[in-house]
Design a protein around this ligand. Structure first.
Ligand code: COA
Length: 322
């Protein structure tokens, strides 16, 4: 049996750091409110001239080095993002051009904060089917450019960044299974109101900002994340106690704590970056994974559960041996 295995990881965070103290000067909020309600202390914000594909480049290069491959080995590019540079060409091809890679399939998957897990699940299937031998999978986002910086209910939550992994075929266990889901009935709880075929013609966009009913999102997120995490364990007959690490979507510390509790996992086994990165949407899981691989917490052979939840709603989990 052929598995796909994470051969290397990388990340990029923009230089500029916006702290809760900085936000206190911008909107009617406080460091205390943000920390106690969300766990966020600071977040990285992309420069005006940076686009999402720029963030992907450094993350990809780090992942190449960590995996011991070069850009010439890459035969598939899949990017999870909700903030692509352009409507088209897709961001996968823009990264391809910037990395001087030619010919391989390159595309993006749009699933809001679950984007990376959708991308990982897709690339995993290419690798296991023998159609890719070196897949670059990226989760990247510049949410700061679609956030309303006057809206305290959303602007304190989000941040920018990119995380990448290289997937290669392996006879040893790598990605054991992925589990994706979605339910469009919740589309009005978390969305951005403009796109290509609806209302884009408007020149005046007073409501061009992330729209969110935070309380309602919170409740569905807690319930759904616990469910999709348990699904991954149940389908593989793996006991909760066997997990070495949970790498959750970094939206809110309280949501993460609730999922860990449902899994019976102590917080020492949960990778947390929400305090430093905020919610980076599709970038959050690969960023957190890379942080924990590089600081030596996640070791080769360990059992890791990733999970995410986002607008749509969409959700997903991946159980893997690193
Ligand atoms: N600073 C200070 N006060 C704020 C604030 C801020 N940044 N944002 C909202 N408030 C106020 C509200 O106006 C409200 O005031 P009121 O009681 O006078 O009306 C009060 O705080 C409570 O607001 P509420 O929305 O009920 O707070 P909450 O405990 O639900 O926390 C979120 C708000 C957004 C942190 C929380 O709902 C959440 O994290 N939801 C999930 C969001 C998410 O994860 N989205 C992405 C999914 S991928």
């Amino acid at each position: 049996m052929i598995y796909s295995r994470i051969a290397g990881t990388g990340r990029y965070l923009p230089e500029r750091v916006l702290t809760n103290a900085d936000l206190e000067k911008m909107v009617d909020t406080s460091d205390e409110w943000i920390r106690t309600r969300t766990g966020v202390e600071r977040r990285h914000i992309a420069a005006d001239e940076q686009s999402t594909s720029d963030l992907c480049l450094e993350a990809a290069r780090q992942a190449f080095d960590a995996a011991g491959v070069t850009k010439d080995d890459v035969d598939l590019i899949v990017v999870g993002t909700t903030t692509p540079d352009l409507l088209f060409p897709n961001i996968g091809t823009l990264i391809q051009e910037k990395l001087d890679i030619h010919g391989c399939p390159a595309f993006s998957v749009e699933a809001a904060c679950t984007g990376f897990l959708y991308a990982l699940s897709t690339a995993d299937k290419f690798v296991r089917a023998g159609e890719a031998k070196c897949a670059l999978v990226v989760g990247a986002e510049i949410l700061s450019k679609i956030v309303d910086w006057k809206d305290r209910t959303t602007c304190v939550l989000f941040g920018d960044g990119a995380g990448a992994v290289i997937l290669q075929p392996s006879e040893e266990q790598g990605i054991i299974s992925t589990h994706l889901g979605a339910d469009g009935q919740y589309k009005d709880l978390l969305y951005y109101p403009y796109g290509a075929s609806k209302e884009l013609h408007k020149t005046h966009l007073p409501d061009a900002k992330i729209m969110m009913k935070g309380n309602e999102v919170f409740k569905v997120a807690v319930k759904t994340l616990g469910g999709v995490a348990e699904e991954a364990l149940r389908k593989n007959n793996i006991d909760k106690g066997a997990l070495d690490w949970l790498v959750p979507h970094q939206a809110n510390l309280r949501i993460i704590q609730a999922t860990a509790k449902r899994l019976g996992l102590p917080m020492e086994k949960v990778i947390l970056t929400v305090q430093d990165h905020g919610n980076t949407s599709a970038a959050s899981v690969p960023l957190a994974f890379d942080v924990a691989v590089r600081d030596g917490r996640i070791q080769r052979g360990q059992l890791v559960l990733m999970e995410a939840f986002g607008g749509g709603f969409t959700w997903g989990s991946a159980l893997l041996r690193y």
